[in-house]
Ligand binder design. Structure first.
Ligand code: IDP
Ligand code: MG
Length: 137
């Protein structure tokens, strides 16, 4: 099934110049970037995006990081895009992420793990709405 998923290059990734690398990997895989933009995340947007983590011990630093500087947000489309992109991004903790994944190749720290990607079709739909409320063609 053709799916859409949300990918964010987090401030840690943007600051290190990894936007092109992430786009390049997605393109080479055969996925399509439907829409993309750089933005500074407002605290309200971060709270909406990370609502499921509100009670977690790391919630404060998570919101602090995602709002600290520019991010690069994109909607990525392709067959089974949600699962495929999650695998390409790698395990949440770079300590466990396999080499060949974005987090495995470029991350060191779980909070600054370079990228976000939606974990299910439902999350993808919700998160795309948070970052692209105007809709995606
Ligand atoms: P995911 O990004 O792989 O879906 P989630 O469990 O949804 O992982 O967590 C969201 C984000 O919160 C992670 O990408 C990571 O940056 C951060 N995070 C997760 N667990 C921890 C932790 O134990 N300490 C600090 N940050 C964490
Ligand atoms: Mg998640």
């Amino acid at each position: 099934m053709i799916e859409r998923t949300l990918v964010l290059v987090k401030p840690s990734g943007v600051a290190r110049g990894l936007v092109g690398e992430v786009i390049s990997r997605l393109e080479r895989k055969g996925l399509t970037i439907k829409v993309a933009r750089t933005l500074k995340v407002a605290p309200e947007t971060a709270a909406e995006h990370y609502a499921e983590h509100k009670e977690k011990s790391f919630y404060g630093e998570l919101v602090e990081h995602i709002t600290s500087a520019a991010i690069f947000a994109m909607v990525v489309e392709g067959p089974s895009a949600v699962k495929i992109v999650r695998r390409m991004m790698g395990a949440t903790n770079p300590l466990e992420a396999d080499p060949g994944t974005v987090r495995g190749d470029y991350g060191l720290d779980v909070l600054r793990n370079v990228v976000h990607s939606s974990d299910s079709l439902e999350s993808a739909e919700r998160e795309i709405g948070v970052f692209f409320p105007e809709g995606v063609e």
